[in-house]
Design a protein. Structure first.
Length: 119
């Protein structure tokens, strides 16, 4: 019997994510995802790799809607995934929505870099 996979992944309550903080979500066979919460409570998700030297963005400092990579201070937009200023590059973003106080990630985007085996 085939079961349809849900379109959105429930990754937990918004309260688990502190303001100006980040958490990571491992993806088996794919790129780890960083989930960020801004001071105003907005939630964003990106692949957890700076486009410069693959620094862990989840360990960076969140400012408004940007994160600063902890390795070389590149600023990355949480909204678009693009490097800002004179730097060039882009990080894949993952669509997020909040439903009943829970963080939901778009399944297809979250698993885009993973090897998915659906029977």
């Amino acid at each position: 019997m085939n079961y349809a996979l849900p379109e959105w992944l429930d990754i937990g309550p918004v309260e688990q994510l502190p303001a100006l903080g980040a958490r990571t979500l491992p993806v088996q066979g794919g790129d780890e995802i960083a989930i960020f919460r801004t001071a105003t409570g907005k939630i964003y998700a990106l692949v957890n790799k700076c486009p410069h030297k693959a620094g862990p963005l989840s360990q960076g400092i969140v400012h408004d809607t940007t994160v600063t990579c902890p390795l070389h201070n590149w600023r990355i937009s949480l909204v678009t995934g693009k490097a800002l200023g004179d730097d060039a590059g882009c990080v894949p973003t993952i669509s997020v929505k909040i439903v009943g106080g829970r963080i939901m990630l778009a399944r297809a985007e979250a698993l885009a870099g993973a090897q998915v085996d659906v029977a």
